[in-house]
Write a protein that binds this ligand. Structure first.
Ligand SMILES: [Zn+2]
Length: 248
């Protein structure tokens, strides 16, 4: 074999290897640059309970946290304002949506999901599930699932019964549909329109680690909720709280 050719061949092999190494380094650098800031980075290792289909939460999950929940939307006026405040404070929330409002404003449900929030089920027409028969229950919850799934690609696994209305039948029917019932531990009572300051005070007075905070982005005039939200988020962050979302 010609020695020069062999040397040339070695140089070619060496060059090819350098290119491969560079490519591998390039990929590693790109991956390293992306992952810390990527809010969609999977966190299944940190949250073994999360179902495979659930929206991945940012990793790691905060040890000291609250769960912000907004009910009765989406609403054309107030939901975008709530989303704006949440974005300003880099807070994620769970939205329990009413199916008929999703049907009216599907683009808002999509927007909420794309912003990294969780969208869950609050029945089709804000029905008191305790007063329904089996077929009506199935209809209220199933049609809302479909409306949300069409916008987010995910079927809600959390069901918040309107009015917090739970009974043995509600529990059994929810379970049969694969839903976890989720109520709240801190009621802002924002729907009583007590003024933004009173909403802020009520939340901050009662909050503790793991609190599930009830607020509303739909179902009426929610301008007081929108006005209260910056002070609530600012204080919670100053106290070291992070924000977890529910996927059940
Ligand atoms: Zn409600």
């Amino acid at each position: 074999m010609d020695v020069r050719l062999t040397r040339a061949g070695n140089r070619m092999v060496g060059l090819a290897m350098m290119l491969v190494v560079s490519a591998v380094i390039g990929i590693v650098v790109v991956a390293a640059a992306k992952s810390p800031a990527d809010p969609n980075a999977p966190s299944s290792a940190a949250d073994p309970k999360a179902p495979a289909a659930a929206k991945p939460s940012p990793a790691p999950l905060p040890a000291k946290y609250v769960v912000l929940t907004f009910d009765d939307g989406p609403d054309a006026e107030y939901t975008p304002k709530v989303l704006g405040v949440l974005a300003a404070y880099e807070a994620k929330a769970t939205f329990f949506e009413v199916g008929e409002n999703v049907h009216k404003h599907p683009e808002l449900t999509k927007k909420i999901h794309e912003a990294g929030h969780s969208v869950q089920n609050h029945t089709w027409s804000h029905a008191d599930l305790r007063k329904l028969g089996a077929a009506a229950f199935q209809q209220q919850v199933g049609s809302t699932d479909q409306a949300i799934q069409a916008q987010t690609g995910r079927t809600p696994a959390c069901l918040r019964p309107p009015y917090g209305g739970v009974s043995a039948a509600v529990r059994q029917r929810a379970k049969a549909m694969g839903k976890d019932l989720v109520v709240w531990t801190v009621d802002s009572r924002d729907w009583t329109k007590p003024g933004a300051a009173a909403i802020v005070q009520r939340v901050l007075k009662n909050v503790h680690n793991g609190s599930v905070i009830l607020m509303h982005d739909g179902g009426g005039n929610r301008s007081q909720t929108v006005a209260a939200l910056p002070a609530i988020l600012k204080s919670l962050k100053a106290q070291g709280y992070g924000f977890r979302t529910l996927s059940c």
